[in-house]
Design a protein. Sequence first.
Length: 200
Amino acid sequence: MSESEQFTKSPENSLELAIGRQIRDFRIREEITVADLARQAGLSVSMLSKVENGLTSPSLATLNALSKALNVPVTSFFRMYEEIREATVVRSGHGLTIERQGTRAGHQYQLLGHHSSDNSPRVEPYLITLTEKSEVFPMFQHEGIEFIYMLEGEVVYRHANKFYRLKQGDSLYFDPDSPHGPEELVTLPIVFLAIIVGRK
Protein backbone atom coordinates (compact mmCIF):
# COMPACT_ATOMS: atom_id res chain seq x y z
CA MET A 1 0.00 0.00 0.00
CA SER A 2 1.44 3.39 -1.00
CA GLU A 3 1.75 6.37 1.33
CA SER A 4 -1.09 8.17 -0.44
CA GLU A 5 -3.36 5.15 -0.13
CA GLN A 6 -2.62 4.93 3.59
CA PHE A 7 -3.80 8.49 4.09
CA THR A 8 -6.83 8.48 1.77
CA LYS A 9 -8.43 5.09 2.38
CA SER A 10 -11.60 5.35 4.47
CA PRO A 11 -12.16 2.90 7.30
CA GLU A 12 -14.53 0.10 6.32
CA ASN A 13 -16.95 1.00 9.11
CA SER A 14 -16.93 4.78 8.47
CA LEU A 15 -20.71 4.76 7.91
CA GLU A 16 -21.32 2.91 11.18
CA LEU A 17 -19.00 5.30 13.04
CA ALA A 18 -20.77 8.35 11.61
CA ILE A 19 -24.21 6.99 12.52
CA GLY A 20 -23.04 6.04 16.01
CA ARG A 21 -21.53 9.46 16.70
CA GLN A 22 -24.70 11.18 15.51
CA ILE A 23 -26.93 9.01 17.71
CA ARG A 24 -24.68 9.64 20.72
CA ASP A 25 -24.72 13.40 20.03
CA PHE A 26 -28.52 13.45 19.90
CA ARG A 27 -28.73 11.40 23.10
CA ILE A 28 -26.30 13.63 25.00
CA ARG A 29 -28.03 16.77 23.75
CA GLU A 30 -31.33 15.47 25.12
CA GLU A 31 -29.57 14.44 28.36
CA ILE A 32 -30.72 10.82 28.01
CA THR A 33 -28.67 7.98 29.47
CA VAL A 34 -27.71 4.93 27.44
CA ALA A 35 -29.97 2.79 29.59
CA ASP A 36 -32.98 5.10 29.14
CA LEU A 37 -32.56 5.37 25.37
CA ALA A 38 -32.10 1.61 25.05
CA ARG A 39 -35.31 1.03 27.00
CA GLN A 40 -37.30 3.56 24.96
CA ALA A 41 -36.05 2.08 21.67
CA GLY A 42 -36.55 -1.53 22.78
CA LEU A 43 -32.84 -2.36 22.59
CA SER A 44 -30.39 -3.87 25.00
CA VAL A 45 -27.82 -1.57 26.57
CA SER A 46 -25.00 -3.58 25.01
CA MET A 47 -26.55 -3.31 21.54
CA LEU A 48 -26.97 0.47 21.84
CA SER A 49 -23.40 0.77 23.07
CA LYS A 50 -22.17 -1.15 20.00
CA VAL A 51 -24.23 1.10 17.71
CA GLU A 52 -22.91 4.30 19.30
CA ASN A 53 -19.31 3.08 19.01
CA GLY A 54 -19.68 2.02 15.38
CA LEU A 55 -19.08 -1.65 16.20
CA THR A 56 -22.19 -2.93 14.47
CA SER A 57 -24.29 -2.02 11.47
CA PRO A 58 -27.78 -1.16 12.80
CA SER A 59 -30.81 -2.44 10.90
CA LEU A 60 -33.43 -0.06 9.50
CA ALA A 61 -35.79 -1.24 12.23
CA THR A 62 -33.22 -0.29 14.89
CA LEU A 63 -32.62 3.13 13.31
CA ASN A 64 -36.35 3.71 13.09
CA ALA A 65 -36.82 2.83 16.77
CA LEU A 66 -33.97 5.16 17.77
CA SER A 67 -35.32 8.00 15.64
CA LYS A 68 -38.70 7.74 17.37
CA ALA A 69 -37.10 7.59 20.81
CA LEU A 70 -34.96 10.65 20.04
CA ASN A 71 -37.74 12.41 18.10
CA VAL A 72 -35.55 13.04 15.04
CA PRO A 73 -35.82 11.87 11.39
CA VAL A 74 -33.95 8.70 10.45
CA THR A 75 -32.10 10.69 7.78
CA SER A 76 -30.49 12.87 10.48
CA PHE A 77 -28.37 9.88 11.53
CA PHE A 78 -26.56 10.03 8.16
CA ARG A 79 -25.76 13.74 8.28
CA MET A 80 -22.15 13.41 9.44
CA TYR A 81 -21.39 10.73 6.86
CA GLU A 82 -22.74 12.84 3.99
CA GLU A 83 -20.93 16.05 4.97
CA ILE A 84 -17.70 16.81 3.13
CA ARG A 85 -14.79 17.13 5.57
CA GLU A 86 -11.73 19.07 4.48
CA ALA A 87 -8.15 18.97 5.71
CA THR A 88 -5.14 20.97 4.60
CA VAL A 89 -1.56 19.71 4.90
CA VAL A 90 1.31 22.19 4.62
CA ARG A 91 4.76 20.62 4.59
CA SER A 92 7.62 22.18 6.51
CA GLY A 93 8.90 25.28 4.74
CA HIS A 94 6.09 25.28 2.19
CA GLY A 95 3.62 27.75 3.70
CA LEU A 96 2.13 30.21 1.24
CA THR A 97 4.00 33.51 1.51
CA ILE A 98 1.48 36.33 1.39
CA GLU A 99 1.35 40.08 1.83
CA ARG A 100 -0.34 41.60 4.85
CA GLN A 101 -0.26 44.97 6.54
CA GLY A 102 3.19 44.43 8.04
CA THR A 103 4.87 43.11 4.89
CA ARG A 104 6.20 46.54 3.98
CA ALA A 105 7.94 46.63 7.38
CA GLY A 106 9.85 43.44 6.57
CA HIS A 107 7.54 41.01 8.32
CA GLN A 108 7.32 37.66 6.52
CA TYR A 109 3.94 35.90 6.64
CA GLN A 110 3.45 32.25 5.70
CA LEU A 111 -0.17 31.09 5.61
CA LEU A 112 -0.24 27.55 7.02
CA GLY A 113 -3.78 26.57 6.06
CA HIS A 114 -7.28 27.70 5.26
CA HIS A 115 -10.83 26.36 5.09
CA SER A 116 -13.29 27.21 2.34
CA SER A 117 -16.50 26.21 4.12
CA ASP A 118 -19.03 29.02 4.60
CA ASN A 119 -20.26 27.29 7.76
CA SER A 120 -16.91 27.44 9.54
CA PRO A 121 -15.37 30.43 11.31
CA ARG A 122 -12.60 32.17 9.37
CA VAL A 123 -9.35 30.92 10.89
CA GLU A 124 -5.99 32.11 9.53
CA PRO A 125 -2.84 30.45 10.95
CA TYR A 126 0.39 32.28 10.09
CA LEU A 127 4.06 31.64 10.70
CA ILE A 128 5.58 35.11 11.11
CA THR A 129 9.31 35.75 10.87
CA LEU A 130 11.10 38.97 11.83
CA THR A 131 14.78 39.47 10.94
CA GLU A 132 17.33 42.27 10.99
CA LYS A 133 15.54 43.69 7.93
CA SER A 134 12.27 43.99 9.86
CA GLU A 135 10.95 47.14 11.45
CA VAL A 136 8.75 47.56 14.49
CA PHE A 137 5.18 48.18 13.47
CA PRO A 138 2.95 48.25 16.58
CA MET A 139 -0.20 49.61 14.94
CA PHE A 140 -2.07 46.58 13.59
CA GLN A 141 -5.84 46.67 14.13
CA HIS A 142 -8.48 44.24 12.87
CA GLU A 143 -11.59 42.41 14.00
CA GLY A 144 -11.73 38.97 15.58
CA ILE A 145 -9.51 37.23 18.11
CA GLU A 146 -5.75 36.65 17.87
CA PHE A 147 -3.39 34.19 19.55
CA ILE A 148 0.38 34.24 19.16
CA TYR A 149 2.90 31.63 20.31
CA MET A 150 6.63 32.35 20.37
CA LEU A 151 8.85 29.77 18.66
CA GLU A 152 12.18 31.61 18.53
CA GLY A 153 13.78 34.88 19.61
CA GLU A 154 12.54 37.59 21.96
CA VAL A 155 10.22 40.53 21.35
CA VAL A 156 8.47 43.26 23.29
CA TYR A 157 4.90 43.07 22.02
CA ARG A 158 2.46 45.89 22.45
CA HIS A 159 -1.28 45.49 22.96
CA ALA A 160 -3.24 48.70 23.55
CA ASN A 161 -1.25 50.58 26.22
CA LYS A 162 0.50 47.50 27.67
CA PHE A 163 3.81 45.86 26.73
CA TYR A 164 4.73 42.17 27.01
CA ARG A 165 8.24 40.72 26.77
CA LEU A 166 7.78 37.40 25.00
CA LYS A 167 10.34 34.60 24.69
CA GLN A 168 10.27 31.07 23.26
CA GLY A 169 7.27 29.18 24.63
CA ASP A 170 5.36 32.31 25.68
CA SER A 171 1.92 33.05 24.27
CA LEU A 172 -0.44 36.00 24.09
CA TYR A 173 -4.21 35.88 23.51
CA PHE A 174 -5.92 39.20 22.82
CA ASP A 175 -8.61 41.29 21.16
CA PRO A 176 -6.96 42.70 17.99
CA ASP A 177 -9.40 45.62 17.75
CA SER A 178 -6.83 47.49 19.89
CA PRO A 179 -3.51 48.61 18.35
CA HIS A 180 -0.97 45.79 18.61
CA GLY A 181 2.34 44.60 17.23
CA PRO A 182 6.08 44.28 17.95
CA GLU A 183 7.37 47.30 19.86
CA GLU A 184 11.00 46.17 20.25
CA LEU A 185 12.91 43.40 18.47
CA VAL A 186 15.12 42.12 21.30
CA THR A 187 16.67 38.87 19.98
CA LEU A 188 16.62 38.05 16.27
CA PRO A 189 15.43 36.15 14.38
CA ILE A 190 11.96 36.24 15.90
CA VAL A 191 9.57 33.51 14.80
CA PHE A 192 6.04 33.09 16.13
CA LEU A 193 2.80 31.42 15.24
CA ALA A 194 -0.18 33.77 14.92
CA ILE A 195 -3.72 32.41 14.71
CA ILE A 196 -6.39 34.92 13.76
CA VAL A 197 -10.04 33.97 14.13
CA GLY A 198 -12.18 36.42 12.18
CA ARG A 199 -15.78 37.39 12.59
CA LYS A 200 -18.28 36.70 9.84
